[in-house]
Design a protein. Structure first.
Length: 111
């Protein structure tokens, strides 16, 4: 039963984070930033958020710096929107999966 709850909370956090990221006004954060994967620990104390930008891995790393500085605001907004008893600590991690997928797509088109 606990697995279902963690799964639901993970999806809720991913959906709300996508909404919150669109509202952030930090110039370091890319407007084309997407959330690739969200992991929430079983005790709901930690949350790892993998993000990727279409502009490339360097822009993703710069966006992660902006997200780390806005972590307090993001955590407060999650608390207000989801009404959780305990909001997990959020850790943003840069991921290059979109850039890697674009390279694979280009190689397939070249064939």
């Amino acid at each position: 039963m606990a697995g279902y709850k963690i799964g639901r909370i993970t999806q809720d956090i991913k959906c709300e984070l996508a909404s919150i990221l669109r509202e952030l006004k930090d110039p370091r954060i890319s407007q084309m930033l997407s959330i690739v994967k969200v992991y929430v620990s079983n005790d709901m104390s930690h949350c790892k958020v993998y993000v990727s930008a279409i502009e490339g891995f360097e822009k993703t790393k710069e966006s992660v710096k902006g997200l780390k500085s806005a972590t307090g605001y993001i955590k407060r907004e999650l608390s207000n929107r989801l009404h959780l008893r305990k909001v997990p600590d959020i850790q943003f991690i840069a991921d290059d999966s979109i850039e890697y997928g674009a390279q694979i797509n280009k190689m397939l088109e070249d064939l």
